[in-house]
Design a protein around this ligand. Structure first.
Ligand SMILES: [Zn+2]
Length: 146
């Protein structure tokens, strides 16, 4: 994975609302403890990165990244990169990929709402429910049904 564009992301003008927004992100989404780019869980620091560049108060507009993924992420156009790093080419199909499952399991561990996770991955809430309760993707999640 490499940065393919010379464009460099920068704050788009409105710095005034940033502190308030950052507070909202932490309150609503918590402190990131893993990376949605590389899947790592054991790095020193994780950050929230904004996807659209519009800093929406919407969980789907934010992604957890480690500092090294964040650096790569910042160097390329947002939507191209989010697809490459995070969603893959199957985004429109709204189907989970193998690599999504550990991320979902981590989000469940973090205590995120199932509906928020579902929204983020573009799937129905019951898909997340089934993962949580060991009814699907168990070969990857390792979650046993009980
Ligand atoms: Zn990473």
């Amino acid at each position: 994975m490499k940065a393919t564009s010379e464009k460099h992301w920068a704050w788009r003008g409105d710095k005034v609302g940033y502190s308030a927004l950052h507070g909202w992100v932490r309150r609503r989404l918590g402190i990131p403890r893993f990376c949605e780019g590389c899947g790592s869980e054991n790095k020193k620091k994780y950050e929230w990165a904004n996807i659209s560049g519009e800093y929406k108060r919407d969980i789907n507009d934010w992604i957890r990244l480690c500092t090294s993924c964040h650096r790569i992420f910042d160097g390329v156009p947002w939507f191209l990169e989010i697809r490459e790093v995070y969603k893959g080419e199957d985004h429109k199909l709204s189907k989970l990929k193998n690599s999504d499952i550990p991320l979902i399991v981590n989000m469940l561990k973090e205590g995120l709402f199932q509906r928020d996770i579902a929204k983020k991955f573009g799937v129905a809430q019951n898909v997340i429910f089934n993962i949580k309760h060991g009814r699907s993707w168990t070969h990857i999640s390792g979650i046993k049904s009980y």
